[in-house]
Design a protein around this ligand. Sequence first.
Ligand code: M6R
Length: 612
Amino acid sequence: MCGIVGYFGKRNASDILVDGLRRMEYRGYDSAGVACLYDGEIGVVKNPGKIKGLREKVDASGSGVLQNSIQGIGHTRWATHGPPTEVNAHPHLDVSGHFVMVHNGIIENYKQIRNGLSQHGIECVSDTDSEVLVQLIAYCYKGNLESAVSEALKKVKGTYGIVVMTDKEPGKLVTARCGSPIVLGLGKGETLVASDAAAIMPHTRDAVYLEDFDMAVITDDGVQMFDLQHSPVDREVTEMDWEEGAAEKGDYEHFMLKEMFEQPAAIRNAIRGRLDYEMGTSVLSGLDFSPRDAALISRILVVGCGTSMHAGMVGEYAIEEMAGVPAEVEQAAEFRYRNPIITPTDFVVAISQSGETADTLAAVREAKHKGAVVAGICNVVGSTIARETGRGVYLHAGPEIGVASTKAFTCQVSVMLMIALKVARTRRLPLHEGAEFCRWIERLPELVEKVLEQNDAIKSIAQKYASCDNAFFIGRGYLYPVALEGALKLKEISYVHAEGYHAAELKHGPIALLQEDTPVIALLNNIPGKEKTIGNAEECKARKAPVIAVVTEGDEEAAEGFDDVIVIPECPPSITPVPTVVALQLLSYHIAAARGCEIDQPRNLAKSVTVE
Ligand code: M6R
């Protein structure tokens, strides 16, 4: 969603800000802007639309401020309150024009604040909830920016990540967070601030993640951190471990394509050093569980949203099958608001690539509040969920830039399988079976490679169906979550209306929609219940729907009579979701490409959904 970047140093600020915004484009946005401060003057440039347009406007501005400044702030906005217009875009100036601010999050009591300001003759000009905050900061200002910021923030209900500056105190940026991430990048003679490490990575690897209610004051003397009461706080400097170029597209046409092809390496990173053949188990030190702790778990609850929830569903099946421990997956927002029953022996696993998804974070807080042991499975190191859970497993998948999640899903499933193995070994799974399962986990990258080798063949199938308006994905058992994930991938990047169903559910209603131009992607891999799914696919065929059969290598006869076939290498049912989903990712990608869609930044979508 929205992205924030700020810079104070020795180099041209507007270049660094626009580049930082470009690096956060993947998060999804519909307008952007920058503000710089130079020689006592604030210059603001905003653009509804793409960063490219903002860049052109900055270049054309001819403003001495933007060309010479070494201090500034920038923002990409994903519209919530008010349409994506220039006036609603950030940075927002206060009425006096002396204060300028960028904000992520939602100010819930903005209407009350706006009415209160209005009584003092201060009228907001935009539709946004954000603008009230800069007006309030200006109103609270009595000669010290950080005091005004903390004063104003005490009156705010909601979430915020902000960066503010004023021409009354040049050489100073003030940033603060509550519920919306802020990371500081400590460079040589310069400091960056951003909502996303991607904007900082090219400049420095030394990062400090602010906690909720922290403020930081950035000046020539470096960074000072306080809480809202002005007591100093100390936050650890961590080193960002993403490889150089990891957030670049390289020779690939899209980040999504690059990230699909990175999956073998990403999974290798996710499992490296985490398999113990001797004990036939996994070593997940971040979970902070002794075998005895694991043995005492009575139930595992998995919470997440979208693709992460689908990965959790694969984990649910594996945990119940291998460990015999009851497991449930719940959409994180639902978990939070339905007052779930939690017992002290429940283990709650929150899955989130970004570690910032608002609903998943809220579920984590609810589960902790109710006394559960909570762990996070996150990709982004230092993200809020990773920090608030305090225990968990990092994916080490590298940055995922494409809005459509691909490598995060396969790594999430790999980690869930390792969790299932760990718990299972404290229960009924014998050592030799545990060791055998380790070998299968280790083979995941190779299985994925075999599917990636079929890229051209899958592309040809995709081109046949690229003009369809509707599609169905069906599967059962371990392949039911994969059907859901396949449909999500297709709809989000190609705008084809796609639904994932349990194969048995189709004839309870959805089958009425099938016709000649509605492809059904049937997951007929060799797992228990395969014959039933073949029967369900036949039913689709009988309604004239073309069927793309996904089958196990060596079992090609399962595809007989169907229109197209994709072959997945042979592996156990709990392992097969990983190679199978890769085929569906490629299919969706090529359909979207053939339709000329904007694959990495689909319309209306944000990479990280930080509002509920
Ligand atoms: O960062 P998270 O894993 O918490 O994100 C959850 C969903 O928003 C995300 O998986 C979304 O469904 C994907 N973009 C789909 O590809």
